[in-house]
Design a protein around this ligand. Structure first.
Ligand SMILES: Cc1ncc(COP(=O)(O)O)c(C=O)c1O
Length: 402
């Protein structure tokens, strides 16, 4: 199938996933737009929340089925936690170059729970949280729910690349902040920070005695030469001030199974987690743990297939003709950042570009303003659709622009 963008799609089983199929399947991504525009749901393409449209790996589905068949819905046995931790460590070792001690890989239901526990138990009471923006949306709002101030630090640009503004991060620490939220690979800009950038972060954090919450939920999802480097593995200093959180839920598309991992990287933090982590661990779902073990251990081929397919979608986006939109093709994640600030004058927009494209193109993206002030005028586009659906989404956006 040749698209108007000139990219020829290869035939793949995901190509058969139509919008109608996705709407019938039931998901937030494809149902919530309907509640926003009652009665017009049929025409909308859900491209906002970070879920993939692809069916999960057979071994992951089997793990859930086996859980049901065996009534494995009780509290989490230590053995299954140990299996999951070993599978996580082995996957990280092979794919990311760091195999954390499985005894220091702990279960949590999700990364946000890990974040909440880190703020509560690993930072100075009352200290502010530093957040590079644009950022994953809940990081903007959850700190206030925990009674913490959040300091937005807009990311800088190095040419087309988003980069961390280390001077501003340093100033926030100097003003009393206690924790930096480092999301890598970065949502929503798609950056995969390189070792030099990570070393520079360590220098700033150490200089101020700060801590890092390293959100590595998108770690397996990188492209081209961009390789994810676990932050805590970059130096002893980084290991000493970091709580890492991850999950199989992005790369294997299982966020509803409620299983993530906290990785502790020094003795003091491991002991402190043992003393304080119970409540955070408690919500982890038993079938989710079993499915996560299966994903990390036995679904690497599925992941590689998805990565190759997503890479084709990246190429489609890169070649799309979207005049007036500045497109950032992600180095990692399946989320692309579209800067629509240049559109205002041309289209006479007095609304966020995301609202314009929902109305005029029926493509529902995340409004950049939800990612912080620095995101205003931008949009986050989820590329994890079938290629024909993405082709249609991009065609519709182009038509709306013209
Ligand atoms: C960077 C990032 N962190 C955290 C989350 C949320 O993860 P969880 O569902 O495990 O809380 C997401 C979800 O999209 C994300 O993209």
């Amino acid at each position: 199938m040749a698209s108007s963008t000139g990219v020829t799609a290869t035939s793949h089983r995901f190509d058969a996933l139509t919008a109608a199929h996705m709407r019938a399947g039931g998901s937030w991504k494809w149902s919530t737009p309907g509640s926003w525009r009652r009665g017009e749901r049929e025409g909308l393409i859900g491209a906002f929340v970070a879920e993939m449209d692809y069916p999960v790996a057979d071994v992951v589905a089997d793990a859930v089925r086996t859980s049901a068949d065996g009534s494995r819905f009780g509290y989490l046995p230590d053995d299954w936690v140990a299996d999951m931790a070993a599978a996580t460590s082995a996957f990280w070792g092979e794919r990311l170059g760091w195999a954390p001690d499985p005894a220091r890989v702990r279960p949590v239901p999700d990364v946000l729970t890990a974040f909440t526990a880190t703020v509560r138990h690993f930072t100075r009471p009352g200290s502010a949280i530093v957040l590079p923006t644009p950022a994953y949306m809940p990081f903007l709002t959850v700190p206030a729910m925990l009674g913490r101030e959040m300091v937005q630090v807009p990311m800088a640009r190095d040419g087309a690349r988003f980069v961390l503004d280390l001077d501003a991060i340093g100033r926030a620490f100097a003003d009393g902040a206690g924790l930096l939220v480092l999301t890598n690979p970065h949502n929503p800009t798609g950056r995969v920070f390189d070792v030099d950038e990570l070393a520079a972060v360590t220098e700033v954090v150490e200089c101020h005695g700060g801590r890092v919450f390293s959100d590595e939920i998108h770690a397996p999802l990188t492209f081209d030469a961009h390789r994810h480097r676990p932050y805590a593995a970059t130096s002893e200093a980084a290991a000493g001030h970091t709580v890492t959180a991850t999950s199989a839920s992005k790369a294997w598309n299982t966020p509803g199974l409620k299983c993530g991992q906290v990785i502790l990287s020094n003795d003091a933090d491991a002991a402190h987690w043992e003393a304080t982590g119970y409540l955070a661990e408690h919500g982890t779902a038993t079938p989710g743990v079993l499915a996560t073990t299966a994903a990390y251990r036995d679904a690497r081929g599925w992941l590689d297939d998805v990565l190759a397919y997503l890479d084709g979608n990246r190429a489609l986006l890169a070649s799309a003709d979207l005049p007036g939109l500045e497109v950032t093709v992600p180095e990692g994640t399946y989320l692309a950042w579209l800067d629509g600030r240049g559109l205002g004058a041309g289209l006479g927009l007095d609304e966020p570009p995301s609202a314009f494209f929902t109305r005029e193109a029926g493509v529902v993206m995340t409004d950049g303003a939800a990612c912080g002030e620095a995101g205003r005028g931008g949009m986050r586009l989820n590329l994890a659709m079938s290629r024909p659906v993405l082709t249609e989404a991009l065609d519709r956006v182009r038509t709306a622009l013209s």
